[in-house]
Design a protein around this ligand. Structure first.
Ligand code: HEM
Ligand code: HEM
Length: 176
């Protein structure tokens, strides 16, 4: 299997980026919803720290993924079956990236505005002053961006199913 993308399909690195992100989000989204329902305790703080560390890792991972994408050819578009199909596909992919960055950056800003020092893996950083109004606002962004991500992933998966069973093209082979 090729490391780099070709005109026909994603290379090994592109595939790994896609499926590792998929698995990480499959765990991280329900984990976040579970976390907010917990009573305040030292166990909850520990779980929140894991959520934050995984979230910051997803942030770096997505950044590397975009850098990799930038230096690679993208597999060519599959044949369109209706006007605007290619645009919808591109917009879906673009917004998936936007939602992942919005979720991670708003989570980070929420914690920083709470006045906490965060472990960014390579360094630690905290704001000098807290601002609870902004912390609450960024938390709202965190929650709504998660709903946006869920809607986009649903559309993404429906599109793949439609391609496979209705349009009968080889779109899945690009990423498997
Ligand atoms: C958390 C869930 C998922 C996310 C965030 C996600 C995200 C993405 C993104 C951003 C791309 C564009 C890659 C690029 O060129 O930069 C992509 C492509 C693709 N994804 Fe997903 N994906 C998810 C789940 C899935 C699942 C479950 C399937 C299969 C059932 C799938 C099948 C595909 C296929 C076939 C492509 C290639 C589309 C094309 O090049 O036209 N994805 N995905
Ligand atoms: C892609 C990565 C992430 C996903 C999918 C995600 C998802 C979620 C979800 C679904 C919730 C529950 C929201 C609610 O219903 O109220 C949540 C809560 C939370 N997230 Fe994230 N998150 C991610 C990254 C981060 C990051 C990077 C941080 C901070 C650095 C963070 C900090 C928090 C905090 C503090 C809570 C509230 C937990 C509590 O109240 O104890 N998240 N997250």
């Amino acid at each position: 299997m090729r490391i780099f993308n070709s005109n026909k399909e994603y290379g090994l690195v592109g595939k790994l980026f896609h499926w590792i992100t998929f698995l990480a989000l499959l765990l991280q989204v329900p984990f976040g919803f579970y976390l907010v329902g917990l009573e305040f305790s030292s166990e909850r703080i520990e779980l929140e720290n894991i959520h934050i560390l995984v979230g910051i890792t997803i942030f770096y991972f997505t950044l590397f993924r975009l850098i990799w994408k930038f230096f690679n050819t993208s597999p060519s578009e599959t044949k369109s079956f209706f006007i605007g199909q290619a645009f919808i596909g591109k917009a879906n992919h673009f917004l998936l990236y936007v939602s992942i960055f919005t979720i991670t950056i708003s989570g980070i800003l929420k914690k920083l505005y709470m006045g906490e020092t965060l472990n960014f893996i390579f360094f630690k950083y905290g704001f000098k002053k807290d601002n609870f109004i902004l912390a609450d606002a960024y938390y709202d962004v965190h929650v709504y961006a998660n709903y946006l991500l869920l809607a986009l992933v649903t559309l993404h998966i429906f599109a793949v199913i439609a391609h496979h069973f209705i349009f009968k093209d080889k779109i899945l082979k690009k990423i498997l």
